[in-house]
Design a protein around this ligand. Structure first.
Ligand SMILES: Nc1ncnc2c1ncn2[C@@H]1O[C@H](COP(=O)(O)OP(=O)(O)OP(=O)(O)O)[C@@H](O)[C@H]1O
Ligand SMILES: [Mg+2]
Length: 255
């Protein structure tokens, strides 16, 4: 059984049909790409999967359960984490705090535990610190752990966001244009990071990206979306030379 299976997903914003009859499956360990011109509906699909919007129609089966209608925090606890097309970090907080904050939804002591203190609370806190530090090390940003996010270069902030997503111990990681705004060198680095977390953590990764080099080199399978519908899918070689895909991209910047 795939980790996630999406059947006949459709979403309307008022009269605008942003996603139409979208289907996909992603297996554990797979890195799947979702590409398409601006406004194609890619981010909307991620918003549907993470519970930001409830689809007009369709099923999203994750780990054997239909998650349609569940709230974003429930879906996150079930094991789906994401990063955002426009970074959403607490820019006045440190790197470490940004990463740790993601785990508070899954830790055992509730509000009362936090007020009352006690050993379990400190034990939990210590474990969170260790886990966050391990992720910072893995993403090679440990040296920035006490820096305020707003003082860091963009490429580093992108890594912080990935570390924060991993802090919820996801089974499926959704990356929405992780290389947007990056220099070519930063893009190559983030590609290495993505490969590394895929193998180290045996995650399923679903990647939205406009940078073709990145999509073609990282993904095993790619779906191309245009006006909310899949117009082509297959391995990178099949997508690269597909005339339908080239036509959809005409007039848009492809690098
Ligand atoms: N909350 C919303 N309300 C109304 N329309 C929306 C909303 N979110 C997205 N849309 C519209 O839905 C369509 C799909 O948008 P979406 O953001 O999913 O595209 P995208 O493929 O992620 O594009 P990009 O590559 O530019 O990020 C667009 O026409 C967009 O204007
Ligand atoms: Mg988008």
């Amino acid at each position: 059984m795939p980790l996630i299976q999406i059947n006949h997903l459709t979403h309307f914003f008022g009269g605008l049909r942003a996603v139409h009859d979208f289907n996909t499956t992603i297996e554990v360990g797979e890195l799947k790409g979702l590409i398409g011109p601006n406004g194609a509906g890619k981010t909307t699909i991620f918003n549907l999967v993470t519970g930001v919007y409830k689809p007009t129609e369709g099923e999203i089966i994750f780990d054997g359960k239909n998650i349609v209608g569940k709230r974003p925090n429930v879906i996150s606890t079930m094991g789906i984490a994401r990063t955002f097309q426009n970074l959403r970090l607490w820019t006045n907080m440190t790197v470490m705090d940004n990463v740790k904050i993601a785990a508070y939804s899954r830790i055992k002591y509730g509000l009362f535990g936090a007020f009352l203190g006690g050993n379990s609370r400190y034990e939990e806190e210590r474990m969170l610190d260790q886990e966050a530090e391990k992720l910072l090390k893995m993403l090679d940003i440990e040296k920035f752990k006490d820096f305020k996010v707003s003082n860091l270069p963009y490429g580093i902030q992108r890594r912080v966001e990935i570390a924060r997503a991993l802090m919820v111990r996801p089974k499926l990681l959704l990356l929405d244009e992780p290389a947007a705004g990056m220099s070519p060198a930063e893009m190559l680095e983030i590609m290495d990071v993505i490969r590394m977390i895929q193998t180290e953590l045996n995650l399923a990764i679903w990647l939205i990206e406009h940078r073709m080099k990145m999509v073609m080199e990282l993904c095993q399978h790619i779906q191309v979306l245009n006006f909310g519908e899949v117009i082509a899918e297959g391995p990178p070689e099949a997508i690269k030379n597909n005339p339908v895909v080239i036509k959809a991209y005409l007039g848009t910047v492809v690098s």
